[in-house]
Design a protein around this ligand. Structure first.
Ligand code: NAD
Ligand code: DAO
Ligand code: ZN
Length: 381
């Protein structure tokens, strides 16, 4: 069996504090586990949300990060699907593929619950951690990934093995936001050719929705944001209409009235919330077409917030749904996204607006993410 590895990591010691650069100890992988060298990590809002202390279930100290590209360093007993040297994307939605898993066996969902409870408790499936500080004290895992470290340990069922052809600095994008937007369109809503789509929030997730909708052949794609700087990229990716929904632009008129009254006759066939704001979720639902419009919640709302609408909206045929990781079954589907990228069908470079070198630059990447012009900040270790 392998030895512990000493390496650099950014540790979240307490909510609202900057991450601290530390030398940590990463234990060898146990049964069914894989130790990986993290090559690149992209920042995602969920990391920051937890760091800000907004996630009431957030545990400290922990190592955040869940959108990464890695190389397998060693594997624990019983691991057969990956070997040292393989390139993998850690997936916070695992895929156990056991015939006894009704979720993995169903084509209707990707929500494999196999390691759900331990993942939520910040520990590996056996209930212990592989991450320790220099004094040997436990550090919690995060979302089954903890990729703000030069090395980390993953469950084998959380590792999507991908082609070595795609640079891991780019492939990391498929670990969260970009896949989620694409999958919301292709899997969760199965957007049809010639249909109309409204996308609320034009970060990486919303822009991926636009890209996916364009690829699905949608003929009208309405892009909505309160930051008009986002419209240029939205148009490049396929948006046909852009609406600035900030109050100083549209006044008291609800945005749903503009979409379902002015820009379309009865609303859009599909709408997507990519903001996490529950008022926007309502506007998205109410922008959907009478009789059949579907609205998909992608954004993660602040804890305690609730959605509401008049039930009449549903009685008159609108459907409210949601998605996690775009409905992709992680281990089987992430490699296919990478293949499509390599064939030139799925460009993703435009999502990387900021790049940094060294895990210790993660705090700078977080600052970049807070600026309005950042889609994804990728840190190469
Ligand atoms: P982001 O912050 O980069 O983008 C959000 C965009 O929404 C910004 O452009 C912002 O200007 C815009 N916005 C904010 N308030 C708005 C409003 N009232 N009306 C219109 N636009 C508004 O975030 P992102 O990385 O693109 O992620 C989007 C959301 O998706 C987040 O809530 C994130 O947590 C969530 N997410 C969900 C999943 C999932 O599996 N369901 C996966 C990844 C991310
Ligand atoms: O299996 O019950 C479960 C946990 C589902 C986790 C889905 C999380 C979706 C949102 C992730 C936010 C972006 C990283
Ligand atoms: Zn499963």
């Amino acid at each position: 069996t392998g030895k512990p590895i000493k390496c650099k990591a950014m540790v979240a010691r307490a909510p609202k504090e900057p991450l601290t650069e530390e030398e940590i100890i990463v234990d060898p992988p146990k049964e069914g586990e894989v130790r990986v060298k993290v090559i690149a990590n992209a920042l995602c809002h969920t990391d920051i949300y937890t760091l800000d202390g907004q996630d009431p279930e957030g545990l400290f100290p922990c190592i955040l990060g869940h959108e990464a590209g890695c190389v397998v360093e060693s594997v624990g007993p019983g691991v057969t699907s990956v070997k040292p040297g393989d390139h993998v994307i850690p997936c916070y939605t695992p895929q156990c593929s056991q015939t006894s898993c009704i979720f993995c066996m169903s084509p209707r969902t990707n929500l494999c619950p196999e390691i759900r409870s331990t993942q939520g408790q910040g520990v590996m499936p056996d209930g212990t951690v592989r991450l320790h500080d220099k004094d040997g004290k436990d550090i919690y895992h995060f979302m089954g990934c903890s990729t703000m470290s030069e090395y980390t340990v993953l469950a084998e069922i959380s590792c999507a093995k991908i082609s070595k052809e795609m640079a891991l600095e780019k492939a990391c994008l498929f670990g969260c936001g970009v896949s989620t937007g694409l999958g919301a369109v292709w899997n969760t809503c199965n957007v049809q050719a010639d249909s109309s789509v409204a996308v609320f929030g034009l970060g990486a997730v919303g822009l991926a929705v636009i890209q996916g909708a364009k690829m699905a052949g949608a003929s009208k794609i309405i892009a909505i944001d309160i930051n008009p700087d986002k419209f240029e990229m939205a148009r490049k990716l396929g948006a046909t209409d852009c609406v600035n929904s900030s109050p100083d632009q549209i006044g008291d008129k609800p945005i749903q009235q503009i979409i379902a009254g002015e820009l379309t006759d009865w609303g859009v066939d599909y709408s997507f919330d990519c903001t996490g704001n529950v008022k926007v979720m309502r506007a998205a639902l109410e922008s959907a077409h009478r009789g059949w419009g579907e609205s998909c919640v992608i954004g993660v709302a602040a804890s305690g917030h609730e959605i509401s609408t008049r039930p009449f909206q549903l009685v008159t045929g609108r459907v409210w749904k949601g998605t996690a990781f775009g409905g992709f079954k992680s281990r089987q589907d992430v490699p296919k996204l990478v293949e499509r990228h390599l064939k030139g069908e799925l460009p993703v470079d435009h999502f990387i607006t900021h790049a940094f070198e060294g895990v210790e630059k993660t705090n700078d990447a977080i600052d970049a993410l807070h600026s309005g012009d950042c889609l994804r900040a990728v840190v190469r270790y």
